[in-house]
Design a binder for this molecule. Structure first.
Ligand SMILES: [Zn+2]
Length: 139
């Protein structure tokens, strides 16, 4: 005799149970849940009921996003950040492999660009990964 808990229409955090869709791992009930974000997902009812799963995954994405913002861009996997960091290295770091061609020749990054957020707002997002940064030579 199987023990079926009817949770149709019940809310668990961001998830509302729609209907039982099957079972797995030896009889654990799988239900279709609708998340507040609109996404529907099959999940183990037990994990949802005990709070192990609280959303379709959007909640986790939001938390990770908020943490990244709080810790600044250095923690982000951001291609523009890598460009900015390399640019500063070759101009400011005497140990950088190409410093001689940049900082060694008196090429400096302007003060404003010491702040990555200002650099990003000036340059905008990198159009493609094929783009590299170049200097404009002003005579
Ligand atoms: Zn969601």
């Amino acid at each position: 005799m199987s023990h079926v808990v009817n949770i149709t229409g019940q809310r668990f955090n961001r998830l509302v149970a729609l209907r039982k869709t099957g079972s797995k791992d030896g009889g654990k009930a799988v239900w279709l849940f609708k998340c507040d974000c609109g996404f529907e997902k099959d999940l183990l009812a037990r994990d949802v009921r005990n709070g192990k799963i609280q959303s379709c995954g959007c909640l986790r994405k939001e938390v990770v996003g908020a943490l990244s913002r709080r810790h600044g861009y250095s923690r982000l996997d951001c291609p523009e950040y890598a460009v900015w960091k390399r640019m500063r290295q070759r101009c400011n770091d005497v140990n950088a492999s190409d410093y001689a061609y940049y900082g060694g020749r008196g090429i400096k990054v302007c003060e404003r660009w010491n702040d990555f957020t200002l650099f990003l707002s000036d340059m905008g997002a990198r159009p493609t990964s094929e783009h590299t940064i170049e200097r404009k030579i002003i005579h």
